[in-house]
Write a protein that binds this ligand. Structure first.
Ligand SMILES: *[C@@H]1O[C@H](CO)[C@@H](O)[C@H](O)[C@H]1NC(C)=O
Ligand SMILES: *[C@@H]1O[C@H](CO)[C@@H](O)[C@H](O)[C@H]1NC(C)=O
Length: 662
């Protein structure tokens, strides 16, 4: 009787919930919610994007050799406190991904802070640089005036601020007296970068001490370092066993081992050698399956740590050892930006602005025509110098100019020359009147398989060109692809592009939240392979209208990215082959990513999703594009959104002379 009664009540409640849900949907379609309003530019999971995404970048990073890398200040604390902080970090969605040694250093470097009941620890909208661990007391979190949650001891908050200079996305107030531990971005990044660099340098030293590797090119060695993994073994463990077959090569980085061998099947093994730090064994495994001829047994009560390379990842990333020994990575010579004589003689006064093609925090992009030949139109990107200096983007802007002037590809927007005055930097660019791919995607909702393949193909061509010159792009997204009058896509906006060579890593956090690779979020150092990650994200967004990882604020997006592509359920709109390619591009481990292996970007072109794709036709421009833009004349800007005209003039800024090259 009672059960039936309860079931009735349950059914009524279910019905009520359904009704309320329907009402809620109706309201939400009319009124944007408070969070949607506050976070224009970000968007909820699965929601189509209605705002252009903003790229972000950390301040120019510490450079190798910076003294602040070597010395981070530590603060004494009790074991109990250390355990609490460590535990808090391990429970935090972002920080738990850090390596043990990094967590230990962070624990040591955190310093004490106290707030009294009622005071504001973090204020929404303020610029922040500290992350906190709550040791004692309680806090309340609010966003746009609405209460979100309460937090007690052992919780981490404010972690976005250690990634880059950003405004706080919520307010945190003390509701009792509280004791906290804090660390700032500078210190955090010094720890992350130093541990990464130290490890890299250490691995490199170990590698060069092995004769098999000692003669190899340094670029190649750096790539091998990327496939090395650390393994720990306990006292008495057999690392390898006589008579077994194996695919792995070992270098001892800590501890001692014994090499033992039995003379015949029935005899006891005898110790034939001892090996210590820097010694190696199992090297034949890199050439082919190795029949182990001895045992290697841990002979150290502390255990042994080895750096391990397995043949499969080695051959995938590098190739087979013999051919590798012959190989040299040639630097592609830097082309001098040969400015076309025609543009050298021009001044700003030779152009008239006809319309605005884009507006952003940086400034604006104008469609301009040449006064004495109005058939010649260009896109003039006008950047506020004040803004560049305030956001410390001088280096990025200089890179942008150097790289764009050098690039001569049909899949990259051309830059003809730059100008400057007291308030602005000007970049004279090829204009692409087909509009932004982003606008087209927004209006269509999503692309079908073959359209997505065409645009992805254009990006692959642009990356082939840049990567063969050791240039990383770092800001792929539909906003940065323009359609020319034919309907071909071209990359634009090289603010985050950088020449890094073929085996070097770079450390500055930059990109657009939905598109950054996990190693960028984790500050591990990233290379050309970060572009392949973003290519996978782009494919997904082109085919569905929204990127796979996207939270209501950047930190939520990053935490989703760190969980990985395997957590994402692909909608039916994405074909099986496309799905397979996306998953291969979005591997957490950069050395497993398609595009970053021994055949390079060719592996992407050869993937079955591209079977039958007319690469030559794409390069020659003979392939017909999926959408042919309507462009009536060289001054037709109708494919761009309308932007307001006036804008406050920025104050002049030409004090430091950083802009002399423009
Ligand atoms: C962070 O950004 C704000 C505003 O963009 C700027 O005023 C501040 O100086 C920056 N801080 C750092 C440490 O770069
Ligand atoms: C903190 O302050 C609030 C409001 O002033 C008060 O209601 C509350 O009791 C205080 N809590 C403690 C633990 O002192």
């Amino acid at each position: 009787e009672r059960i039936r009664e309860l079931e009735c009540i349950l059914a009524e409640k279910d019905e009520e919930i359904e009704e309320l849900k329907a009402k809620l949907d109706k309201f939400q379609s009319i009124f944007p919610t408070a969070t949607q309003q506050r976070h224009l530019g970000t968007f909820g999971a699965g929601m189509p994007r209605t705002q252009r995404a903003q790229g972000i970048s950390a301040e120019p990073n510490l450079v190798i050799g910076d003294p602040s890398l070597a010395q981070v200040r530590t603060y004494a604390k009790s074991e109990k406190t250390k355990t609490l902080i460590r535990q808090a970090i391990l429970e935090n969605d972002f920080m738990k991904h850090l390596e043990d040694c990094q967590i230990e250093e962070i624990v040591d470097c955190m310093y004490p802070v106290e707030y009294s009941n009622g005071s504001c620890i973090i204020k929404e909208g303020d610029v922040g640089s500290l992350v906190y661990v709550l040791e004692d007391g309680k806090v309340a979190v609010t966003k746009a005036g609405a209460h979100l949650c309460n937090m007690g001891e052992g919780k981490v908050f404010g972690e976005l601020a250690i990634l880059y200079n950003c405004t706080r996305t919520a307010t945190v107030k003390a509701t009792t007296n509280v004791r906290l531990w804090a660390i700032d971005r500078h210190c955090f990044q010094a720890i992350m970068m130093r541990t990464g660099l130290l490890k890299h340098t250490e691995y490199l030293e170990f590698l060069t001490s092995v004769p098999t590797f000692s003669k190899l090119d340094e670029d190649l060695l750096r790539r091998i370092v990327d496939v090395m993994e650390e393994c720990h073994f306990e006292y008495g463990d057999y690392i390898i066993r006589q008579g077994a077959i194996g695919d792995t090569f070992y270098i001892i980085s800590k501890g001692n081992v014994q090499v033992t061998k039995r003379k015949s099947a029935s005899s006891e093994p005898v110790v034939i050698r001892k090996l210590a730090k820097g010694d190696w064994f199992g090297e034949r495994a890199l050439q082919g399956e190795d029949m182990r001829t001895a045992n290697v047994v841990v002979d150290d009560t502390e255990g042994v740590t080895c750096l391990v390379i397995d043949r499969q990842s080695f051959t995938q990333l590098i190739g087979d050892l013999d051919s590798v020994k012959q190989k040299k990575y040639d630097e592609v010579p830097v082309q001098n930006s040969k400015s076309d004589g025609f543009y050298v003689g021009l001044t700003l006064e030779d152009f008239t602005a006809i319309d605005t093609l884009g507006v952003g925090g940086f400034g604006r992009v104008e469609l301009v025509e040449l006064k004495n030949d109005i058939t010649k139109t260009y896109a003039m990107k006008v950047l506020k110098k004040r803004h560049i200096v305030d956001t410390r983007q001088q280096e990025h802007i200089k890179n942008e100019k150097a790289i764009m002037m050098e690039c001569q590809s049909d899949f990259i927007v051309k830059m003809y020359r730059t100008f400057r005055d007291t308030k602005y930097i000007y970049m004279l660019l090829e204009c692409c009147l087909g509009g932004e791919l982003w606008t087209v995607l927004r209006d269509k909702g999503h692309f079908d398989d073959s359209a997505a393949r065409f645009y992805t193909g254009c990006v692959v061509e642009a990356f082939t060109y840049m990567h063969s010159r050791g240039i990383i792009y770092r800001d792929l997204k539909p906003e940065n692809l323009l359609l020319d009058t034919r309907g071909y896509a071209k990359l634009v906006d090289f603010g985050f592009a950088k020449r890094i060579g073929f085996s070097r890593k770079t450390w500055t956090f930059c990109g657009t939240p939905e598109y950054v690779a996990p190693e960028i979020i984790l500050n591990k150092g990233h290379d050309l392979s970060a572009d392949y990650w973003s290519l996978g994200i782009l494919m997904y967004e082109l085919m569905t209208g929204s990127p796979p990882f996207s939270g209501s604020d950047p930190m939520k997006t990053y935490n989703q990215i760190l969980k990985g592509i395997d957590m994402i359920e692909f909608p039916k709109k994405i074909s099986k082959n496309a799905q397979s390619l996306i998953r291969k591009l979005c591997r957490d481990n950069p050395s497993e990513r398609l595009g970053n292996q021994r055949n390079g970007i060719k592996d992407i072109q050869k993937h079955k999703w591209f079977d039958g794709f007319h690469w030559v036709g794409l390069r020659k421009g003979s392939m017909s594009p999926p959408i042919k833009p309507q462009v009536s004349s060289s001054s037709d800007s109708s494919n761009f959104d309308k932007f307001p005209e006036d804008e406050e003039e920025p104050p002049p800024d030409d004090l430091s002379g950083w802009d002399v090259d423009f």
